[in-house]
Design a protein around this ligand. Structure first.
Ligand code: ARG
Ligand code: ZN
Ligand code: CA
Length: 235
C-alpha cells in the first residue's frame, strides 16, 4: 500500500488587509484538516447512530504547511469563476495543494477543483471567515476546508447531487435525496435508510460533521496510486 500520504500546502491570503487572517488561524486550519482526515475530530456521532460507528475511517492523509503568501487586494468579492487563481497563480500545484483564502461573495463558503483538471486552477478556495475563529458561524470551525479537500481528492457530495438513485460512487455512504443542513438528530431518513448527515461531504454545521468512510478513503487514496490523477504529488 501507499502508507501515510503527506500533502504539502501553500496558502494564499487575498484580502483588503491580508493580515486579517492570522498565522495562528492558518495553523489551526491545518490542524483541523489533520484531525478530520485522521479520526481525531472531537465532535461525536449523533446519539443512536451506532450503525455508522464501524464506517468511521482514518484516511492516513496528512497536511503540512509549506508556505503562506499574503496579498493586500481591495477586491471585495471574487466569485467562483477562478478569478482569484488567475490573479494569484498557484505554486507548484503538481506537488502541492494550493488554498486561496478570500471573500468569495454570494454566500459561498468554498469551492474546489476535482482531480484531473487544469493545473493553473488546481486547488481549493475558502471564505476567509470559514477558518477556525472566523465569523461565518456555524461554519467557522475549519470544516469547509475538510469538505473542499474531499472534493479536491475526488469525493462527491454524499447525495450524489441528485435524488435517491444518484450515486456518489462510494458504496458505504447510504444514498440520500439531497443535502442536510444544521445539526440533524439520528435517524434522518431521505431514501429509506438513515442519511449519513455527519459525513464531511454533506452540508451540515461544522460542529456536527464527524467522518469519512472506508469507501471514501479508498476513493481518495486511489488517485495517488500509479497512473492516478494525483500520483505526481507523492514524488
Ligand atoms: N457549499 C460548499 C460546497 O459545496 C461547502 C459546504 C461546507 N460545509 C460546512 N459545514 N463547512 O463545496
Ligand atoms: Zn461541496
Ligand atoms: Ca453511496
Amino acid at each position: 500500500g501507499l502508507g501515510s500520504i503527506n500533502i504539502p500546502v501553500y496558502v494564499h491570503i487575498v484580502l483588503p488587509d491580508a493580515n486579517a487572517v492570522s498565522n495562528q488561524q492558518i495553523s489551526a486550519q491545518i490542524a483541523v484538516l489533520n484531525d478530520d482526515f485522521n479520526t481525531k475530530n472531537t465532535n461525536q456521532l449523533p446519539s443512536g447512530a451506532t450503525d455508522f460507528i464501524n464506517d468511521v475511517t482514518t484516511t492516513d492523509i496528512h497536511f503540512t504547511l509549506a508556505g503562506t503568501y499574503r496579498y493586500d487586494d481591495p477586491k471585495s468579492s471574487w466569485g467562483t469563476n477562478d478569478a482569484v487563481k488567475a490573479a494569484y497563480p498557484p505554486t507548484t500545484p503538481e506537488t502541492h495543494l494550493n488554498i486561496w483564502v478570500c471573500n468569495i461573495g454570494e454566500g459561498i463558503l468554498g469551492y474546489a477543483q476535482f482531480p484531473g483538471g487544469n493545473l493553473a486552477t488546481d486547488g481549493i478556495v475558502l471564505l476567509h471567515e470559514s477558518l477556525p475563529g472566523g465569523k461565518a458561524a456555524p461554519y467557522n470551525e475549519g470544516r469547509t476546508a475538510t469538505h473542499e479537500v474531499g472534493h479536491y481528492l475526488n469525493l462527491r457530495h454524499i447525495w450524489g447531487d441528485g435524488r435517491c438513485r444518484q450515486d456518489d460512487f462510494v458504496e458505504d455512504t447510504p444514498s440520500a435525496g439531497g443535502a442536510n443542513y444544521g445539526c440533524p438528530t439520528y435517524p434522518s431518513v431521505s431514501c429509506q435508510t438513515p442519511d449519513m448527515t455527519m459525513n464531511y461531504m454533506d452540508y451540515t454545521d461544522d460542529a456536527c460533521m464527524y467522518m469519512f468512510t472506508d469507501g471514501q478513503t479508498n476513493r481518495m487514496r486511489a488517485i495517488f496510486t500509479d497512473g492516478g490523477s494525483r500520483a505526481s504529488m507523492l514524488g
